[in-house]
Design a protein around this ligand. Structure first.
Ligand code: SF4
Ligand code: SF4
Length: 440
């Protein structure tokens, strides 16, 4: 499989018009659209218009489905109703889970953060999913692995995120991903591979490296602890990292994904962004299609998400809106207007000429906010490149691989992200260019 993936990767890189600005080090590769068009904010066609001219839809050919339901808060009853209705629009839970099957519910539990921080999947969403699955089978467990490999304990993550309490109240197992099954060189959690059915429950958030983190990226958590940091270290360029996520996703495809978009995170997610009341629950039989809809909601062209792009190329799901049947709310009614993207994201889809002019100096980098830092050393111990020295409040940028794990894992939002001077200038030029294009 890895050989096939390699060939696929080479083809995809060509298709994507990839430019490596530092090929020897494998760093700072910039994916740009051949046309030089700013893809992140490119104008979109509404899904209604897409569907009316979509021959697949008109011919009744099977399409991926995404259900969108509004839900204004995490109130238990409201949550249960929204989840049940969303899954009902897909055909009901019985379509995905059969009597007696072993079900693993996989939330996003990045780090020990309480529900109100909007970093982890909210426990009330998990409660609603548990109650729904219980209608079919009682063999249910909940589990995830956090984003680090040192200092952070999964017991603490389960406690702080509210997952422990919900599982105890609902009488289901909370499993730890501490035993590995090696497949294709990847140590998957045994609990994941042992499950008959995986229900994926991602959180609607932005992501510094991949722009958005949704249903496909959430399966990265199926991998055991330290390997995740090693994966960052081995797959430095974001194209490499995205194709690695796809390699994982191929082995642990969920049958059903339910996205917690009640309170979403915009800006510098996945841990230090700002909260946004999106008031949405998404459900889908296709994690790739779910990410397409999320990107549409956020105003990002789906092909700008490398995981979506590669998954589509690999035939792992539907990567274009025209192949997706949307039910419940219409996209135009629930779009997240002016959804803020991570600071780093402007670089990823910058036109070729911007990369040519500014080269490697266009970048974003992490820095320690000394006043906010409590010296817990989580960032230092979990930095895959060992680039952080907390005693000196320093990050060694000659070692840093710009994975932003420190930014994700700091529980005190004491790792900031800023643009280099060239990045600020390039960002300003792109903004002016985009405004001109939009006629503002
Ligand atoms: S920057 Fe954050 S994670 Fe790192 S030592 Fe300070 S508080 Fe801890
Ligand atoms: S300093 Fe932060 S961004 Fe740089 S390699 Fe370490 S964890 Fe990654």
């Amino acid at each position: 499989m890895s050989g096939a993936l390699e060939i696929f990767w080479q083809m995809s890189a060509r298709d994507y018009g990839e430019v490596a600005s530092d090929a020897s080090a494998g760093r700072e590769q910039q994916a740009v659209n051949r046309s030089g068009r700013q893809k992140i904010s490119a104008p979109r066609i509404s899904h209604e218009a897409e569907r009316t001219r979509n021959p697949r839809c008109l011919l009744g050919i099977k399409m991926s489905q995404v259900a969108i339901k509004r839900c204004k808060d995490y109130n238990t009853e409201n949550m249960q109703r929204a989840v049940e209705e969303a899954v009902g629009l897909l055909g009901g839970i019985e379509k995905f889970v059969k009597l007696g099957q072993k079900v693993l519910i996989k939330p996003n539990l990045l780090s020990p953060r309480p529900p109100e921080h909007g970093v982890c999947t909210h426990p009330e969403v998990i409660r609603a999913v548990i109650r729904l699955v219980k209608k079919v089978t009682q063999d249910i467990s909940v589990g995830d692995s956090h984003g680090g490999f040192e200092v952070i304990s999964m017991d603490n993550v389960y406690e702080v995120s509210g997952m422990k309490a919900v599982c105890a109240e609902e009488g289901v197992k909370l499993v730890k991903f501490d035993t590995a099954v090696n497949i294709d060189g990847i140590p998957f959690a045994k609990a994941v591979k042992d499950a008959d059915v995986i229900i994926n429950v991602p959180k609607m958030k932005t992501h510094g490296l991949l722009i958005l983190t949704g249903a496909v990226k959430n399966m990265f958590g199926a991998v055991i602890g330290k390997h995740k940091a090693e994966a960052h270290f081995k797959h430095i360029a974001r194209q490499d990292f995205a194709s690695y996520i796809i390699k994982i996703f191929m082995h642990v495809k969920p049958v059903l994904s339910i996205m917690d978009g009640i309170v979403a995170m915009e800006g510098d997610g996945p841990a230090a962004g700002s909260l946004r009341n999106a008031e949405l629950i998404l459900a889908s039989d296709d994690a790739v299609a779910m990410d397409v809809v999320f990107s549409e909601l956020a105003g990002v062209t789906p092909e700008s998400l490398l995981t979506t792009y590669y998954a589509g190329k690999m035939g792992l799901g539907t990567s274009s809106l025209s192949g997706i049947k949307i039910s419940g709310e219409a996209l135009r009614d629930v779009r997240l207007k002016d959804f803020k993207l991570p600071k780093a994201s402007f670089i990823y889809d910058a036109p070729r000429w911007v990369i040519k002019i500014f080269g490697r100096s266009v970048r974003t980098y992490p820095f320690i906010k000394v006043d906010a830092c409590v010296k817990c050393r989580i960032c230092e111990k979990n930095c895959p490149a060992e680039a952080i020295n907390i005693d000196k409040n320093e990050i060694d940028y000659s070692k840093c691989i710009f994975c932003f794990c420190c930014h994700e894992l700091c529980p005190h939002n004491a790792i900031g992200v800023r643009k280099s001077l060239a990045g600020k200038i390039a960002g300003f030029i792109l903004k002016v260019r985009q405004r001109k294009k939009n006629g503002d």
